[in-house]
Design a protein around this ligand. Structure first.
Ligand code: SF4
Length: 203
């Protein structure tokens, strides 16, 4: 493989079980995982997959991202919203569980879906990115609630948005609340580090 092909393949994604099986011999529990509308989708960056030791069924990275039928064993105690975030939602995108901190769900898309995700009621769904109306409603709430000192831009994964869109979003929140500490929450530096570019760092 030449360098250009190597770069291209490291930027690709595994999106279904068939593609995963062509790259990894699945254990019986992994092979029995079934895609469904309710299940968190399968998505793994080729880069992150390449870090897995294929001979170790207990490889810790594998455990994080390769789906298994064990995760869909539903008992009454399991929940797609274990933190009861719906209860703490101010808008469909803004969650306030604590007096001084709020979380804004910028998008439901990630570069790789973690099988342990505690926000699977939202991640990998159909909501898509927040629109201008979602952002302004959240910013107006924050302007009226100065007790909130910190805002987490989370999801999904913020860095699946373009640099331009991230910049626009931060500008709106800054316009309404110049003092707000804005935290960028992302696993992409780990799962798809090629997204972290010079352009992004200038945002
Ligand atoms: S990156 Fe975050 S939001 Fe996305 S699947 Fe992983 S834990 Fe969930």
């Amino acid at each position: 493989m030449n360098e250009r092909e190597d770069t291209k393949s490291s930027r690709s994604f595994i999106k279904d079980k068939q593609a995963l099986q062509s790259r990894l011999t699945l254990t019986s529990e992994e092979a029995r995982w079934q895609e469904s509308d309710e299940a968190l989708p399968l998505l793994i960056s080729s880069y992150y997959l390449s870090l897995i030791n294929p001979d170790d069924p207990d490889d810790p990275i594998r455990k994080q991202v390769v789906p298994s039928c064990a995760e869909t064993v539903c008992t009454y105690a399991e929940s797609t919203d274990p933190q009861d975030e719906k209860h703490y939602s101010i808008t469909n995108r803004l969650i306030r569980r604590y007096r001084s901190r709020a979380a804004f769900l910028v998008t439901d898309t990630c570069a790789t879906y973690c099988r342990y995700c505690f926000r699977r009621r939202f991640s990998g769904g159909n909501a898509g990115p927040a629109d201008n109306n979602d952002i302004i409603r959240a910013a107006e709430y924050l302007a009226m609630h100065p007790q909130v000192k910190e805002l987490l831009l989370t999801g999904g994964d913020l860095l699946t948005l373009s640099d331009k869109r991230i910049d626009e979003m931060i500008t709106v929140f800054r316009t309404y609340r110049a003092d707000l500490v804005i935290r960028l929450c992302s696993r992409i530096p780990v799962t798809y580090p090629m997204r972290v570019t010079d352009g992004l760092s200038r945002c």
